[in-house]
Write a protein that binds this ligand. Structure first.
Ligand SMILES: [Zn+2]
Ligand SMILES: [Zn+2]
Length: 211
């Protein structure tokens, strides 16, 4: 089961970094409404994307999801790997596709770009990190059942750190040391995207709180 959790952690880190580095496809300026994507037919109106019929005055654009598909530039990654996946491949992939269907129905920008073999593993790429996260959560839910309690709580601790890092991304405090307020530095964040402290403060923190 080690491989399963290893790849799960890796994908979370990759996602977090991806969100941090850029999301150039979420255009900062407002889109002129109404608009219709000439690739997929999604309609943009009242500030959101939907699958409604396009009003006659809608102008043609390419939506951010289709732009990513054209550019082959995914926003989210999920790696499916390990023993559980190997044994339940069809079931897990069915769940992955179902997850996309459910999400895409109400959120047209949430799509799977590709499901591709990567050696022993399968890599799912998506047009939005949110969908990748949901696929990750739902497809690993069963994996976690097999773990013993000690390992589970270690994983939960790591997931909590990642959640906390996401909150810091949202409130703008990501990358700033929680203890001294200095910049954590890109090299450290690249190795440890969920890091809350700079190297010095982390060392001090561990010394203080280790039993
Ligand atoms: Zn489109
Ligand atoms: Zn510090």
């Amino acid at each position: 089961m080690k491989t399963d959790r290893g790849s799960f952690r890796m994908l979370e880190r990759k996602q977090l970094l991806q969100e941090l580095v850029h999301d150039s496809y979420k255009s900062k300026r407002k889109l002129a409404e109404p608009a219709r994507c000439s690739d997929c037919g999604a309609v943009y109106r009242r500030g959101r994307w939907c699958w409604d019929a396009a009003p006659p005055e809608a102008h043609a654009i390419v939506c951010p999801a289709c732009q990513r598909i054209r550019d082959r530039f995914p926003a989210g990654y999920v790696t499916l790997a390990g023993g559980f996946f190997a044994q339940h491949r069809d079931e897990v992939l069915g769940r992955v596709r179902h997850c996309e269907e459910a999400e895409k129905r109400t959120h047209p920008m949430q799509r799977i770009m590709a499901i591709a073999a990567e050696g022993e593993d399968t890599l799912v790429t998506t047009t939005d990190p949110h969908l990748a996260r949901r696929i990750g959560d739902e497809s690993v839910a069963d994996l976690l059942v097999d773990l013993d309690q000690a390992e589970l709580s270690r994983d939960a601790g790591e997931l909590r750190e990642i959640e906390a890092a996401r909150r810091r991304l949202d409130d703008g405090s990501y990358g700033i040391c929680a203890d001294c307020g200095a910049a954590i530095g890109f090299d450290r964040l690249r190795a440890e995207p969920a890091a809350a402290r700079c190297v010095e403060c982390q060392a001090r923190h561990e010394k203080t709180y280790r039993r």
